[in-house]
Design a protein around this ligand. Structure first.
Ligand code: PMP
Length: 439
């Protein structure tokens, strides 16, 4: 077969993009390079990356400290297997992680991506129960409106009305409490956790673990909920002896204004997934952390090993750049930077609330959300945003901003103006072709 010389046509014809058709491919921008908050297109135009490339590039793109870490490590070794071998970058990163991780987490399992970190967490919970001779505890409880990834166990705990319904026949059936209703910053309503409590009371004997995104539900609806919900959940899990998994893949590394979202509630999980911003958006790397109790129980059970071990586990390049990214974050004034972004997002997105097309505006940390009343034509909006010089990727009824923490006030204003402009335009025709919200 002779393939087209036209590279853009080759992309359209042969390359699958995320959540996309390959016969009716969505429009894509061709990015030549990226630095700071700017993505540089082939035709010379620049777009401000308002979503930190799926919430990962917290320091912006091509940061000199991160590219230096990649170069230095690349010259030493790009990769060695982690089975039977170890190396400095894995150890250095581990030390940095344990210094900042929620209290009580002591053991680290490095893995490939956020979804795999969730698989690993769920496997840990299952092996923990098996090791305690309680193999019947093999279901998971979560809340509606969540998102935990695209692999199979992760999909089983995503919102059951979401895009993974396609696979429901082959997904294990998990238990779902209602989405926490009480908002972050609102007065706590004790009823909010009532159904969760009832589900735990009824089903704890069959539960391997509870899994939840702490404080911020991301791709399942961009929703901030009350920290008291997590405190109640922690108490319930303790009372019924059910391990608690926090999926901090989206929230970790200061996105909500705390290093980890769990800190808003002052509670710690038994198992915790991190990813996305771990490498500052440079390479794919994730990790699942757990307590000594979980790890020791697994290790004392049969077969006494944790049964997971990916080829690229603890990839030295990825660990080196992750260590550099964490040091960069810790040496920056991240609390003030994120707080300043939060103040500006609140101030500049708030006027959108008065628009008839807007259902809600909400902000926490470096996350700003405009929720529309109707689903949007995301392809048309993407063009609109490119014309405004920004890169935002709305989905469903949600226009959201998650900029790099280094963004300037004027660049952030350009983003918020574009987001409010889009809401004003009411470019809202149903994109109900699939009916799913595609992040
Ligand atoms: N968990 C959460 C909370 C996420 O937001 C995501 C990705 N959006 C994932 C897991 C999956 O991560 P990845 O895309 O790296 O597999």
């Amino acid at each position: 077969m002779i393939y087209s010389n036209d590279h853009a046509a080759f992309d359209r014809q042969h390359l699958w993009h995320p959540y996309a058709s390959v016969t009716k491919p969505p429009p894509v921008h061709w990015i030549e390079s990226a630095s700071g908050v700017r993505l540089r297109l082939r035709d010379g135009r620049e777009l401000i990356d308002g979503v930190s490339s799926w919430w990962s590039a917290i320091h912006g793109h091509s940061h000199s400290a991160l590219t230096a870490a990649l170069r230095v490590q690349g010259e030493k070794m790009a990769h060695v297997m982690f089975g039977g071998l170890t190396h400095g970058p894995a150890i250095e990163l581990g030390r940095l992680l344990l210094d900042i991780a929620p209290a009580g987490l002591e053991k680290i399992f490095y893995c490939d991506s956020g979804s795999v970190a969730v698989e690993v967490a769920m496997k840990m919970a299952l092996q923990y129960q098996q090791a305690r001779r309680q193999s019947e505890k093999c279901r998971f409880l979560t809340v509606r409106g969540g998102y935990h990834g695209d692999t199979f166990l992760a999909m089983s705990v995503c919102d059951p009305a979401g895009m993974h319904t396609l696979f429901s026949r082959v997904l294990p059936e998990q238990l779902f409490a209602p989405r926490p209703q009480c908002r972050f910053g609102e007065h706590w309503q004790p009823d909010d956790s009532a159904e969760l409590a009832a589900l735990l009371a009824k089903h704890h004997a069959e539960l391997a673990a509870v899994i939840i995104e702490p404080i911020f539900q991301g791709a399942g609806g961009m929703w901030f909920y009350h920290p008291q919900y997590l405190r109640e959940l922690r108490q319930l899990c303790d009372r019924f002896d059910v391990p608690l998994i926090f999926d901090e893949v989206a929230t970790g590394f200061a996105r909500t204004g705390k290093m980890f979202a769990a800190e808003h509630a002052g509670v710690s999980p038994d198992i915790c997934c991190i990813g996305k911003a771990l490498t500052g958006g440079c390479l794919t790397l994730a990790a699942t952390l757990c307590t000594a109790k979980i790890a020791q129980t697994i290790s004392q059970g049969i077969p006494g090993l944790f049964m997971h071990g990916p080829t690229f586990m603890a990839n030295p390049l990825a660990c080196a750049v992750a260590a550099a990214s964490i040091k960069l974050l810790l040496n920056s004034n991240w609390q003030e930077n994120v707080a300043a972004i939060e103040r500006q997002l609140r101030h500049e997105l708030e006027p959108a609330r008065n628009l008839a097309s807007v259902a809600d505006v909400r902000v926490l940390g470096a996350i700003g959300v405009i929720e529309m009343r109707q689903p949007m034509d995301t392809a048309a909006l993407q063009q609109f945003f490119a014309d405004q010089g920004v890169w935002l990727r709305p989905f469903g009824r949600l226009i959201y901003l998650m900029p790099p923490y280094i963004i300037s006030t004027s660049d952030l204003t350009q983003l918020t103006a574009a987001a409010c402009g889009a809401a004003r335009l009411q470019a809202v025709v149903s994109n109900g072709a699939q009916g799913w919200a595609i992040p």
